[in-house]
Write a new protein. Structure first.
Length: 154
């Protein structure tokens, strides 16, 4: 149903990884526990340090970076639900689930191809109400990140 050239294969489809269900479940549980235990400390430390140093601009950048990472994690964690709830099943539907992409970017791409269902259209409208052209601008932002990474590799 989906054009598989539009998105890289997720980790779970890579046959070369050799990670079994028990090992991947254990890694998931460890990562979740570490996140729950350490994220509040890291966030509070960063906020307090930036406020004490009067670096509000740096705090702004930090909070945006954390939001971006959480958005990318949400794209992976919620991929099956979001694919079901927001998208029409068509040939050119761009699916959620790429760990290097935000939810907004996937919504923007599907907005361009007309593959958002009514709930997806309402979600897109809500995002655009909060931040004008949010989903479309997020596609451009993702492309800028990819281009910057390619430049750093050269």
């Amino acid at each position: 149903m989906q054009n598989h050239k539009l998105r890289p294969k997720p980790f779970s489809e890579n046959k070369e990884t050799g990670v079994n269900l028990i090992k991947s479940t254990l890694l998931f549980l460890i990562a979740t526990c570490l996140l729950i235990a350490t994220a509040p400390i890291g966030i509070l430390f960063a906020i307090s340090r930036q406020l004490v140093a009067s670096k509000v601009i740096m705090l702004n950048i930090y909070l945006l970076e954390v939001a971006l990472v959480l958005d990318q994690a949400g794209n992976v964690i919620m991929q099956h639900f979001l694919n079901f709830a927001l998208l029409k099943k068509k040939k050119h539907t761009y699916l959620f689930g790429n760990k290097n992409e935000t939810i907004s970017s996937v919504i923007g791409k599907n907005s361009l191809t007309g593959t958002l269902n009514s709930v997806g259209l309402m979600t897109d409208a809500f995002l655009n109400f909060i931040d004008n052209r949010h989903s479309l601008d997020s596609i451009i932002y993702d492309l800028k990140i990819i281009a910057a990474k390619k430049e750093n590799v050269k």
